[in-house]
Ligand binder design. Structure first.
Ligand code: ADP
Ligand code: TZP
Ligand code: MG
Length: 272
């Protein structure tokens, strides 16, 4: 049986071989960095948020990223339209609920997108996933912007129920990442604290998950292996960094130079 280490290496090779187009409807903060990270790993990014383009891009793309980081009301129908267009064509939809839990608008919109945009994978930090999970409660989930305030342990039971109820694969990131589809669960131990000291690493994780999901039809293994490869890249980038600035530059170089051999040796994906 293929181990997740082997699968991670195979997915990296497949991204480079197929160079999947990744359609991103994403936020203004990370448009540049996630496009560069997708290029560095070997995929082909396009940032496009016009509803007129959703169907044509769904024909061409290998996966779609929906990211609500700089959300305004006008973008929501386009996200739902693009999600449905992608799913109709069998293309995976990755949703990053940036800042869910922090404001009522963001939380309600994130829940609406989860319900209506044919989402296959959600990648968020613990607070964001908690805001999506806590649908039965009247109490507002809480949050403090785009960074997590909840612990992984506090939100995991709700996340498991959410995955079970919706059939969506959940990738909850933090110092340790947890990926679950309601049946299977793994922990990804790769990563480095500097990843929390630059903006856009969560959004980049979501974009790389989309690239892996474009070449791996199993959403669960795609998400787990993409997070492991990204976390490993973070470790390697931090080794030669003086701080957040050089870390960010190194991160792009390491994604570009990452080899299947380094992946097989370095990824740490554990059965939960
Ligand atoms: N303290 C940490 N140690 C190691 N890796 C981390 C740490 N914090 C975050 N990461 C990694 O950084 C990436 C972004 O995760 P996270 O910070 O949870 O997202 P967000 O930016 O959306 O809050 C993930 O790949 C995660 O594994
Ligand atoms: C700082 C900020 N504000 C709105 S979106 C955004 C980027 C968040 O990116 P990430 O969740 O990857 O750190
Ligand atoms: Mg985020």
């Amino acid at each position: 049986m293929n181990t997740l280490k082997d699968q991670a290496a195979e997915n990296l090779i497949a991204v480079r071989r197929n160079v999947p187009l990744i359609h991103n409807i994403t936020n203004f903060v990370v448009m540049n960095v996630t496009a560069n990270a997708l290029l560095a790993i070997g995929a082909s990014p396009m940032m496009a948020h016009a509803p007129e383009e959703a169907a044509a891009l769904a024909d061409l793309a290998g996966a779609l990223v929906l990211n609500i980081g700089t959300l305004t009301r006008e973008w929501v129908p386009t996200m739902i339209l693009a999600g449905q267009a992608a799913a109709t064509r069998g293309k995976p939809v990755v949703f990053d609920p940036v800042g869910a839990g922090t404001t009522r608008f963001r939380t309600d919109t994130a829940r609406k997108i989860l319900k209506e945009a044919a989402v296959k994978i959600v990648r968020g930090n613990a607070s964001e996933v908690h805001a999506l999970s806590d649908v039965e409660s009247d109490s507002f989930p809480g949050g403090k912007g785009v960074d997590a305030v909840h612990s992984m342990e506090a939100v995991l039971p709700g996340a498991m129920r959410l995955a079970d109820r919706t059939g969506v694969t959940l990738a909850v990131t933090g110092p340790i990442d947890v990926v679950t589809d309601g049946f299977r669960q793994v922990r990804v131990a790769n990563g480095h604290p500097l990843m929390q000291r630059v903006t856009g690493t969560g959004c980049t994780a979501s974009a790389l998950i989309a690239a892996f999901a474009a070449v791996d039809s199993d959403a669960f293994t795609a998400a787990a292996t993409a997070l492991a490869v990204f976390g490993l890249a973070g470790e390697m980038a931090a080794a030669g960094a003086n701080g957040p600035g050089s870390f960010m530059v190194n991160l792009m170089d390491v994604l570009y130079a990452m080899t299947p051999e380094a992946v097989r040796i370095g990824v740490r994906i554990e059965e939960a």
